[in-house]
Every structure is written in structure tokens, then in C-alpha cells.
Design a protein around this ligand. Structure first.
Ligand code: COA
Length: 254
């Protein structure tokens, strides 16, 4: 039986047999991340790391979308008032977490919705999934160490197409690029991802932790890259170009 550990309107955290599921639960806004959601996700990741009973964390989205990235209304506010450092804490927690991360991706994964996948160990995507990072079009630069991890994962030219040109990846292209492990029918995404999470959770935790730690030997570089990106990101967020792009998204006619 699922044990509901914490439930807010926008992030639901459940524990079941060694697997913690962090579900972005703001479907009416395509699971765009607000500060409150970053705080809850950070808390859930840190708590998972500290809990002996948790062996694997699965990240999923409600309503057929993974995540539409940072809430653009929050970005517009931050363009005047500065970025709340607590959102940045999520990126640090994501990079530092020692428990394996599985992602179940349906529909759009935009901005941080895609860059967080580069920190995941096993990604299951639906045939309806699209990964995109339109940071430059918004007058921003990519974050979450994606400027380091994406070229490592898929080579410079494919990373340039994704990160700089903002060209989306289909699920099949993301698998080809080494970001996604498995592509399945949209309705099967969570079942297949949970099966993988349970498979990981059934392994001896110490051997998983040691092996994962050795495989992620570049963590210091990742942390430095997050900080370097962040200083540019904060500056660019205040630019007229970025403000205009945020306002244009929020004022667009559908
Ligand atoms: N921030 C704030 N609101 C967002 C959002 C975001 N990142 N993404 C979506 N929303 C809101 C929309 O404004 C809309 O709100 P409304 O119903 O009050 O008008 C609602 O979520 C549904 O989005 P909509 O665009 O109608 O859905 P869609 O299925 O046509 O498109 C996306 C989905 C994700 C492709 C599209 O919403 C999008 O491109 N979002 C912006 C992504 C982005 O640029 N994120 C920042 C990356 S750095």
C-alpha cells in the first residue's frame, strides 16, 4: 500500500517498497515549476537520501506532461526582484543526491524538465515525449550543468542543436542521444519506469551507491558548472531581452 508522506497541491510524494515517487502535480500549468514546487522537490530528494528505507527515486508528472520548465511568471518576477536562491538549491540537491533517479516522461519536458533528465540514471519516455531547452530563445542560458552533461552524453554537435539552437528531441531521438533508455506507449510509461525503479531498489543498496558514485566521478565538475551557469543566468534574467520574452509568452494568444 502506498504511504503518502507529503502532499501539496503541486508536488505529491509517495513511498512504496523502497521507491519514492516525486510527482509534479500542476497539470493545469503543464507542471511548470514554482518556487514552492522546487522547495518540495528539494526536501523530498534530501529526505530520500537520508532514509535507509528508500533505495530509488522516481520523478514523474501528472496529466500527461512531464514538466514545462520553470514557471515563466516566476521568471518575470525574478527579472525585477532577483532569483530566489532556494530554486537553485534544487539543482544542487539533484546533482548531489546519492540514491538512483528514474524518470517517467510523458509529453513535454521543457527547460529544467529536460536538463533534470541529464541527472537521472534511467529514463523511460512515452512516444508522445518531447525534450526541449528553449533557454536562448528566452534570453537565458541552459542550467543544471547541462552545458557539461549534454555534450558528454551526446557529443558537441547534438548538444549544440538541443541547447543552443533549441531544437527539440523526440523520444526516439532522445534515446538515440543517450538521454532516454526506453521508449514505450504513453500509457505504459509509469508502469515500465516503476518496474525499473523496483529492479534497482531490489539490488544491494551499498553496491548500487558505490557503483553509482564511481560512475559519477565528475561530481565536482558538475557542481562548478552549475555555479558558473548560475552566475550568467542570474545576470541574463534581468535583461530587457529576457523580460520581453517572458512577457510575450504570458501574453500570447492561443
Ligand atoms: N510557466 C508558466 N505557465 C506555463 C508554463 C510555464 N513554463 N508552461 C505552460 N504554462 C501554462 C500556459 O500559460 C497555460 O496557462 P493558461 O491555461 O492559464 O493560459 C497552461 O500552462 C497550459 O499551457 P498551454 O501552452 O496551453 O499547453 P500546450 O499543450 O499548448 O503547450 C507547452 C505545452 C509546455 C509546450 C507550452 O505551454 C510551453 O511551451 N510552455 C513554456 C515552456 C517554457 O518555455 N518553459 C521555460 C523553459 S526555460
Amino acid at each position: 500500500m502506498n504511504d503518502v508522506v507529503a502532499m501539496s497541491d503541486a508536488v505529491a510524494v509517495t513511498d512504496d517498497g523502497g521507491v519514492r515517487t516525486i510527482r509534479l502535480n500542476r497539470p493545469e500549468k503543464k507542471n511548470a515549476l514554482t518556487l514552492a514546487m522546487y522547495l518540495e522537490m528539494t526536501r523530498a530528494l534530501k529526505e530520500a537520501d537520508a532514509a535507509d528505507a528508500t533505495s530509488c527515486v522516481m520523478i514523474a508528472g501528472a496529466g500527461g506532461t512531464f514538466c514545462a520548465g520553470n514557471d515563466i511568471t516566476d521568471f518575470l518576477k525574478a527579472a525585477s526582484g532577483g532569483l530566489d536562491p532556494r530554486a537553485h538549491e534544487f539543482l544542487l540537491a539533484l546533482a548531489r543526491v546519492r540514491k538512483p533517479l528514474v524518470a517517467a516522461v510523458r509529453g513535454a519536458a521543457v527547460g529544467v524538465g529536460t536538463t533534470m533528465l541529464l541527472h537521472c540514471d534511467h529514463v523511460v519516455a512515452g512516444t508522445d515525449a518531447t525534450l526541449s531547452t528553449p533557454f536562448l530563445k528566452l534570453g537565458l542560458i541552459p542550467e543544471a550543468a547541462s552545458t557539461l552533461l549534454a555534450p558528454m552524453r551526446m557529443g558537441h554537435s547534438r548538444a549544440f542543436s538541443l541547447l543552443v539552437m533549441g531544437r527539440p528531441l523526440s523520444a526516439a531521438e532522445a534515446r538515440e542521444a543517450g538521454i532516454v533508455n526506453t521508449v514505450v506507449e504513453p500509457n505504459a510509461v509509469e508502469v515500465v519506469a516503476l518496474k525499473a525503479a523496483r529492479e534497482i531498489a531490489a539490488l544491494p543498496p551499498t553496491t548500487v551507491a558505490v557503483t553509482r558514485g564511481l560512475m559519477r566521478g565528475h561530481l565536482d565538475g558538475v557542481m562548478k558548472q552549475i555555479e558558473a551557469e548560475s552566475s550568467h543566468f542570474r545576470e541574463l534574467l534581468q535583461s530587457d531581452e529576457a523580460r520581453a520574452a517572458f512577457a510575450a509568452f504570458l501574453a500570447r494568444k492561443k
